[in-house]
Design a protein around this ligand. Structure first.
Ligand code: FES
Length: 105
């Protein structure tokens, strides 16, 4: 697991961050950041353009909803998004990314 620093936005809501050249979705809610993949598994919409409702990230295209803790899609959708662990250390926030084996060598 490699930890990358990221900045908490000034306001709560849904935005995006760049980590290791990859765009991820940042849901900042109730003082807590949640980081997920940014591409909707349904038809590829940018989830960082969506919004958060009752602990679910809502896709702006066809409104599929994903749990911001587990990434699980609502029942009936049959899909999910990746979620990434976060931690706070010495006043900075970090997101943990597992480096795929093909990038290690
Ligand atoms: S592209 Fe996200 S719900 Fe269709």
């Amino acid at each position: 697991m490699i930890w990358h620093e990221f900045k908490i936005p000034e306001r709560e809501g849904v935005s995006s961050i760049q980590v290791d050249g990859k765009k991820l979705c940042l849901v900042y809610q109730s003082g807590q950041p949640h980081i997920t993949s940014a591409k909707c598994p349904h038809a590829g919409a940018d989830l960082s353009q969506g919004w958060c409702e009752d602990g679910k990230l809502i896709c702006p295209f066809h409104r599929h909803a994903f749990d911001i803790e587990t990434g699980k899609g609502n029942p009936g959708q049959g899909n999910y998004i990746n979620t990434y662990p976060t931690k706070q250390e010495n006043g900075s926030w970090y997101v943990g990314i597992t480096k795929p084996w093909w990038k290690i060598f």
